[in-house]
Design a protein around this ligand. Structure first.
Ligand SMILES: O=P(O)(O)OC[C@H]1O[C@](O)(CO)[C@@H](O)[C@@H]1O
Length: 243
């Protein structure tokens, strides 16, 4: 694992941009594993700015998102599909048919089977990740098997509380209690993994991820075993690291 500590959120986002652009420019048909949450928002803005200024092409880029709330349709402003359009895709020249987000509706078995098959057929060149304050990646909550593939999961109360900030007026009662998430095995299948974490609230999970034992109780710790994982954190998120 390569650990990069940057001063603040802006510098974390700039460093992440360089890594993303390196892939996109060198492989115009790259498959990107993308994430939601508040952390990648600035990175996505920078990608949009770069596209408008430098015309980096996304015409043949494919995207595969980590997760979706169960019970929300694509056009629900609180869905992750909508989030991705709003924060990233709307300003890129990406082909709509190359955008993939697990469906938050329909028969759970069908939805998970379909996404599993899709991921098997399209290995990701990079997987971008945020980090839950409880150490989750995607919506793989503590206790999820490292062998998991796409599945339906009940969100922990702490995740519901953390994520309420992205809902209208921070309304916790509006946050769905379940989600469909890419599994840990599928995250590990990506050629490169890029995890971003900022703020003091993430410091404990960052310490566990980097210095703790590899355990299903802290899902992100599995990244210690990935052959090309890059962790970029700001000083606040790095504050509990011993070196
Ligand atoms: O970046 P934030 O807002 O702290 O949130 C991270 C969250 O986003 C996600 O990446 C959603 O997929 C989860 O891993 C986590 O719940």
């Amino acid at each position: 694992m390569k650990i990069i500590v940057k001063k603040d959120y802006e510098q974390v986002s700039q460093a992440a941009l360089e890594i993303m652009l390196d892939i996109i420019k060198n492989k115009p048909n790259a498959a990107l594993g993308l994430a939601t949450g508040s952390t990648p928002i600035r990175l996505y803005e920078l990608m949009q700015e770069d596209h408008l200024k430098n015309h980096t092409s996304y015409k043949n880029i494919e995207s595969y998102n980590l997760d979706e709330y169960y019970g929300l349709s694509d056009d629900n402003p609180q869905s992750y599909y909508y989030f991705m359009w709003h924060h990233l895709f709307n300003k890129l020249d990406i082909d709509k048919k190359n955008i993939h987000v697990p469906s938050g509706e329909g028969n759970i078995e069908d939805v998970t089977k379909h996404y599993n098959e899709l991921l098997q057929q399209h290995p990701r060149d990079i997987q971008l990740l945020g980090l839950g304050s409880n150490g989750h990646i995607g919506f793989n909550e503590p206790g999820t098997s490292f062998q998991s593939t796409t599945h339906y999961i009940a969100l922990k109360q702490s995740t519901i509380e953390d994520n309420a900030k992205l809902f209208f007026n921070g309304d916790i009662s509006a946050v769905p209690t379940h989600a469909i998430t890419m599994g840990i095995q599928e995250i590990m299948d990506a050629k490169k993994v890029l995890l971003l974490a900022c703020g003091e609230r993430k410091a404990k999970a960052v310490k566990g991820l980097i210095e703790g034992e590899v355990t299903e109780e802290l899902p992100a710790s599995i990244l210690q075993k990935h052959q090309d994982a890059i962790i970029i954190v700001d000083e606040a998120a790095a504050s509990l690291l011993s070196k």
